[in-house]
Design a protein around this ligand. Structure first.
Ligand code: GLA
Length: 561
């Protein structure tokens, strides 16, 4: 019996509307072919330092260089902390004469390229920041609508980490223009192909309308909200090359519109169309498209049906531009490509864990952290349930570390660091690294904060190659037991006491071996390493432990036979 078209589309994970691959069941966004953003970076959670938590808007090039020098002196690079990330406020409020971002002319006078070289000279990698909006959160120039230029600028500077914020964002309109015709021409020539509305195959809600009072020809409507698409087949091109595509549309009064044109199922070109002030309602919108010699297909739609689609598409765009830019720079210079680790900072507003893996390497799960216990626990609570979305190359980001900042106690610092290790979170330090230096400039290796962030066994749990985020396996609301599977059939277990008085927490190792996501062989004896006491003991099945207020116990466990 032959299968229905609907069944075939479902089996092949193709969109019932446009018959192109659906990457995410939960949005109408079509992620062209490649689902997972994979630029080869962040195969384990990225580690480094960033300027925001300690310095806010008070940064300059000397602070960044001093931080790189202090990181090197404290051997933090050897532990994996390799990124030196300049957050907001590095840029001048004016772009240069070529429309490029430039360092603040007063506080970064040597320019960002020179700063990248300075950071690289310590064997460290430089990170940079802008916003997926018209300005950054500190109201400085940003990258929305400048994606290609800015990605190329960062790649040319040799930047290797990019945090992309969400302030001053302008969502992509969900409305699509009504299309009367499509003209295709070579640059500098009149059109050689005219496609009329009635030439298109229409799918979903797309329909052909005719309003004789206003227009004299037919037009395609119903392409809004990812609900329909128009396809033009058999567009003959005499050669491979770039052509000008002009959409003849009916403008909407005071309503911005958007559409995407997919050529041959591969390249996507987007058009933003501003709302008309009033009549006339006929508009022209152009883009350059690449056509291959012979027959070509154009699919026109607006896949944006929600704020989540909009955010996903805008971050995907930047991710693609970053990949394109680093490749281009490598081809032009003949030097090895320096991929840019792409950090999505969208504060969890549009559920970035659902689409972040199609756009970048990590995505913030919540609004900003502050150095207070309630903030750390609140962020932990929001992130601990997102274990399904994290994995090598693409991580949940509960924000930069506050270890060593504010009035956090030693126990709170240890708990904060341990939780981030268990969550397979990026370990981006947020403290002033120069505080690890003594007056004579040498490093105080007894500094308590330095000792916490340098705990190799804790870092190894975070950096475990399996890249599995912990799961909460037991909770009474006040205390939690977390389990993180590790390589070599081992596990990490964290006992968390969220309250401010000591609590007894217990767990049964045999029960843990039976969890379907755990690969610890069942045994009668286990070697248990206490990560913060740096001791190892042999345990049977039951472990019961008193854990102090705002504290954790962190263990690594292996079976003894
Ligand atoms: C937002 C981000 C922070 C920081 C600031 C900079 O609030 O979430 O991490 O980058 O902007 O202005």
């Amino acid at each position: 019996m032959s299968k229905s078209l609907k069944t075939v589309l479902k089996e092949k994970n193709l969109c019932p509307v446009c018959h192109i691959k659906k990457a995410m069941a939960s949005t109408k966004i079509h992620v062209d072919g490649a689902d997972r953003f994979n630029n080869g970076t962040a195969l384990t959670p990225p580690m480094g330092w960033a300027s925001w938590n300690a310095f806010r808007n008070n940064i300059n090039e000397d602070i960044i260089k001093e931080m790189a020098a202090a990181m090197k002196a404290a051997h933090l690079d050897e532990l994996g902390y390799i990124y030196v990330n300049v957050d907001d406020c590095w840029m001048s409020s004016v772009r240069d004469e070529n429309g490029r971002l430039q360092g603040d002319l007063g506080t970064f006078p040597s320019g960002i390229k020179a700063l990248v070289e300075a950071v690289n000279s310590y064997g460290l990698k430089m990170g940079i920041y802008t916003s997926n909006g018209t300005f950054t959160c500190e109201d400085l120039p940003s990258s929305l609508y400048h994606e290609r230029t800015d990605a190329e600028t960062f790649a040319e500077w040799g930047v290797e980490y990019f945090k992309y914020d969400f302030c001053h964002n302008e969502p992509i309109p969900t409305g699509a223009p009504e299309i009367e015709k499509v003209l295709i021409s070579r640059k500098g020539e009149k059109e050689f192909i005219t496609l009329l509305a009635e030439d298109a195959e229409l799918r979903g809600d797309a329909m052909l309308l005719h309003d004789e009072k206003i227009m004299h020809s037919k037009y395609i409507a119903g392409l809004s909200n990812g609900a329909g698409c128009a396809i033009f087949y058999d567009i003959d091109s005499p050669e491979d090359g770039e052509f000008i595509l002009t959409l003849g549309i009916r403008k909407a009064v005071k309503k911005d519109q958007y559409c995407e044109i997919i050529v041959n199922g591969k390249e996507t070109y987007s058009l933003r169309i501003p709302g008309a002030k009033g009549l006339p309602r006929a508009g022209r919108n152009q883009t350059t498209v690449f056509l291959k010699k012979g027959k070509n297909t154009l699919l026109i739609h607006n896949p944006i049906a929600s704020r989540m689609d909009s955010a996903a598409r805008q971050y995907q765009n930047m991710g693609k531009e970053l990949m394109r830019a680093t490749k281009k720079v490598s081809q032009e210079t003949g030097k090895p490509e320096k991929p840019i680790c792409f950090s999505i900072c969208e504060w969890g507003w549009n559920r970035p864990w659902k689409w972040g893996h199609t756009a970048g390497n990590l995505w913030r799960t919540t609004p900003d952290i502050i150095p207070k216990w309630h903030s750390i626990i609140g962020i932990y609570e929001a992130t601990v349930r997102l274990y399904d979305y994290a994995g090598p190359g693409n991580w949940n980001d509960p924000d930069m570390l506050e270890v060593g900042n504010g009035d956090l106690t030693d126990n709170e610092n240890i708990a904060h660091f341990s939780l981030w290790c268990m969550l397979a979170a990026p370990l981006i330090l947020g403290n002033d690294i120069r505080k690890f230096l003594k007056e004579d400039g040498t490093v105080d290796f007894n500094n308590k904060v330095l000792k916490i962030i340098s705990n190799k066994k804790a870092i190894a749990i975070n950096q475990d190659k399996l890249g599995i985020q912990c799961r909460r396996v037991k909770t009474n609301g006040l205390t939690d037991v977390l389990v993180k599977p590790l390589e070599n059939r081992e596990i990490a277990v964290c006992l968390l006491n969220k309250t401010n008085s000591p609590k007894d927490i217990s767990f049964n190792i045999k029960d843990l071996t039976r969890l379907n996501f755990v690969n610890l062989p069942e045994s009668d004896r286990y070697a248990v390493c206490d990560i913060w006491d740096n001791t190892t003991f042999v345990a049977g099945n039951e472990i019961s432990q008193q854990v102090g207020g705002h504290s954790v116990k962190l263990y690594k466990i292996q079976s003894m036979e």
